[in-house]
Design a protein around this ligand. Structure first.
Ligand code: TRP
Length: 361
């Protein structure tokens, strides 16, 4: 890789689409890194990707609007600190849209329609991407679904602009976003080579400790659409209900049967969120061995509920606190926005210069 990172100081940028509340998958996928990096680096940005959210919600602007404050609340609640991280809204930095237009010249439609993230998301949303798309079992279905909005197909280009408008080079994301960052790096290389100057840094995507959290139902990914995830804002009752319905070992019919840990969602979550490693190892040993000493599913689930509440109760309390003062949140966004625009304007000046569109008349 053409690593030009040494010319650039580390700048962190990440973001969420305002389409719904965040969940535990986001927490272990990228939020933990947001918290770590804001203590390690001087310049951090958190962006609410409202323009990106509209690429597949053009007909539901109210949903996007309502969720702008919700995702900011979630981030404040987990501990993203507005004194360390500049919060801003994508549409309030119009330079991003401008940079997107110039980047579009450097990307082919083929690249975008072959991007693994776009392919997966298009499939989830029922968008008709190519002449055919694959069904979950590997079969082919033809001519189903809706046409893909051009803005959605091109969102990796606009995401490259989100990041590069601030010259960010470290981006904490979930694993699913890595192909989008690869596309952004192609743009960096092409832009710098075409216009003869190292305007942009290469981007390093950083995935969290658990890149892909399994769903509470045991399916491969926790996702809000699948309804198999625990939200950061879930009430104690909701946490309890979701853990109690978690998938365990379907072959363990009686508590005394030998149990299986692999694929057992309760143990997977305990490995990630449990704090008492010794207790967990003891549970596992007895669960596997079976017999009179084996723990019941309910007992293990109760312990998981306790551990999740230790993590989530303070987050929920902080969220409620912040939610009492919405004008204070608007002020955080206004201030972050002003900082982001300063970076954006400086970047665009350089872009216009190398692209020979810096008219002086
Ligand atoms: N696409 C990201 C997601 O769905 C959100 C996002 C938009 C983003 N712009 C970004 C993430 C820039 C990191 C950097 O989660």
């Amino acid at each position: 890789m053409n690593d030009n990172s040494s010319h650039f100081k580390p700048i962190i940028l990440t973001g969420d689409r305002p389409t719904g509340a965040l969940h535990l998958g986001h927490y272990v996928g990228s939020i933990q890194n947001r918290l770590k990096f804001q203590d390690e680096y001087d310049t951090c940005f958190y962006m609410v990707a409202d323009v990106q959210a509209l690429t597949d919600n053009a007909d539901d602007p109210q949903k996007v609007r309502d969720n702008v404050i919700e995702v900011v609340l979630d981030n404040l609640a987990v501990g993203v600190d507005p004194t360390k991280t500049h919060f801003f809204i994508q549409s309030m930095v119009p330079e991003i849209a401008e940079l997107t237009v110039f980047f579009m010249n450097l990307v082919t439609v083929q690249q975008l329609s072959h991007n693994p993230t776009i392919k997966t998301e298009a499939l989830q949303k029922g968008y008709f991407l190519q002449n055919k798309f694959l069904t979950a079992d590997g079969g082919e279905e033809k001519n189903i679904g809706h046409g893909i909005p051009l803005g959605f197909l091109a969102y990796p280009v606009s995401q490259a602009a989100d990041i590069l408008i601030c010259k960010a080079n470290i981006v904490p994301v979930g694993e699913d976003q890595m192909p989008v960052l690869e596309q952004a790096n192609d743009i960096v290389k092409k832009f710098n080579a075409t216009y003869g100057r190292e305007v942009f840094p290469m981007i390093k995507g950083i995935v969290g400790s658990t890149p892909r959290l399994v769903g509470t139902d045991g399916s491969s990914k926790a996702s809000k659409t699948l309804g198999n995830t625990i939200m950061l804002s879930d009430s104690p009752e909701e946490i309890e209900r979701k853990v109690m319905s978690m998938y365990t070992d379907p072959n363990r019919l009686k508590k005394t049967d030998e149990g299986q840990i692999e694929g057992n969602v309760v143990f997977t979550y305990l490995d990630i969120f449990g704090t008492d490693k010794k207790k967990i190892e003891d549970f596992k040993r007895r669960y596997i061995a079976g017999g009179d000493d084996a723990p019941g599913d309910i007992e293990i689930k109760k312990y998981l509920i306790e551990e999740l509440r230790k993590l989530l109760d303070p987050i929920r309390a902080r969220r409620e606190e912040y939610a009492k003062d919405i004008p204070a949140i608007e002020k955080i966004l206004r201030e972050g926005n002003a900082v982001a625009r300063k970076y954006a304007q400086a970047t665009m000046q350089e872009v216009r210069e190398v692209m020979k569109i810096n008219y002086k008349f």
